[in-house]
Design a protein around this ligand. Structure first.
Ligand SMILES: [Zn+2]
Length: 347
């Protein structure tokens, strides 16, 4: 019987040493240390022995069980360590693999022009104001000195929602809203970038939807000189440090006097080229001193306050700056066009 136990021990030792995974090891543990294993079989027969032999066999069988338990425990440690190492090896990151190329978007040229101008004007102490695109006739026209039936409404024929509401034909109604909110107390310094709408037939230079940046300053002692200095900075920021500007008399209902602003051509440095139609100057935007009647309607005393306003066409600036010849390019989502404008170009 003692021999039998030693045979079992030898067999178990060999099997445990040969074992390569935790599941097989667990099966061996159940077999040799459980209630139905070969050791138990031997112990069942112990009652046939006399007292002295029974004690001896009992002792040896316990030693064998302890030995097997010890072997299984140390094998288990080895196999568990191996499992961890295998897992680490299988999860190793191969840093020599080339990375995936993630597609990145580019900034739209209109957004870029707006961002650049916002930077410039914020640097000069302006706030950015916003207003609704669906606007009341009252703000879009009447407060800007264009009463019903005024011929200037023809130039700005827009989309009407109903008799009193329309898609704004300019960003100027934001001026009126900001002035009314200020309740006659200056100063006001705002720019308002936004979408505007007119009933134009679309072609290479006209779009029924376009973007403007409106500027408004209202304070005491504001002159045309302030307007000119401000627009000169704008021209130099967008088209280079050597640019000059000139004013030509014009007419807008909400400014008096009104001017068209020309910028010396950045393409030929004023010598004359196709872009400036050989004049050396490029027509860039409209501006003027806020009409005293508009100041009054919007709650300011024109004896005390003056103001200037300007409206920059964002598409026009982008077309001039980047040499784009069709306004529709901005709205057709053609990637071949858009991909030319990357952040890398930022100075
Ligand atoms: Zn030119």
């Amino acid at each position: 019987m003692l021999d039998q136990l030693h045979v079992i021990e030898k067999e178990a030792t060999e099997k445990i040493q040969a074992c390569q995974d935790l599941k097989t090891l667990n099966d061996l543990r159940v077999l040799y240390l459980g209630k139905k294993g070969p050791i138990q079989e031997v112990m069942k027969k112990m009652k046939e022995l006399d007292k002295e032999e029974r004690a001896k066999v009992g002792q040896v069988s316990n030693q064998v069980k302890q030995e097997i338990t010890k072997l299984i425990e140390s094998k288990k440690e080895v196999l568990e360590q191996k499992a961890i190492e295998d897992q680490i090896a299988s999860e190793t990151i191969d840093i020599s693999l080339p990375a995936y190329q993630l597609p990145t978007g580019t900034i739209h040229p209109l957004s870029r022009v707006i961002e650049e101008l916002e930077d410039l004007f914020i640097g000069m102490g302006y706030d950015i104001a916003e207003g609704p695109e669906v606007e009341e006739d009252y703000y879009n026209f009447e407060l800007l000195n264009v009463p019903k039936g005024h011929p200037a409404r023809d130039m700005q024929d827009t989309f009407y929602i109903d008799e009193n509401n329309l898609l704004r034909s300019q960003t100027s109604p934001v001026q009126a809203r900001v002035m009314l909110k200020a309740k006659g107390e200056g100063p006001i310094k705002i720019i308002c970038p936004g979408k505007t709408y007119r009933r134009d037939d679309d072609d290479a230079t006209h779009s029924h939807q376009f973007m403007q940046i409106e500027g408004l300053v209202v304070d005491r002692h504001i002159t045309m000189g302030d307007l000119k200095g401000t627009l000169e900075l704008f021209a130099r920021k967008m088209f280079g440090q050597k640019r000059q500007i000139r004013f030509r008399p014009s007419y807008f209902p909400f400014t008096e006097p009104s001017v068209e602003v020309d910028i010396s051509c950045h393409n030929c440095d004023g010598k004359g080229c196709a872009m400036c139609k050989h004049t050396g100057w490029i027509e860039a935007l409209g501006a003027g001193m806020v009409n005293p009647h508009v100041l009054e309607m919007c709650g300011f005393d024109p004896q005390e306050y003056q103001g200037f306003a300007f409206g920059i066409g964002v598409e026009r600036v982008a077309m001039l700056k980047y040499g784009i010849d069709n306004i529709r390019s901005f709205y057709t989502d053609d990637l071949r066009f858009l991909e030319q404008f990357t952040r890398k170009d930022d100075e």
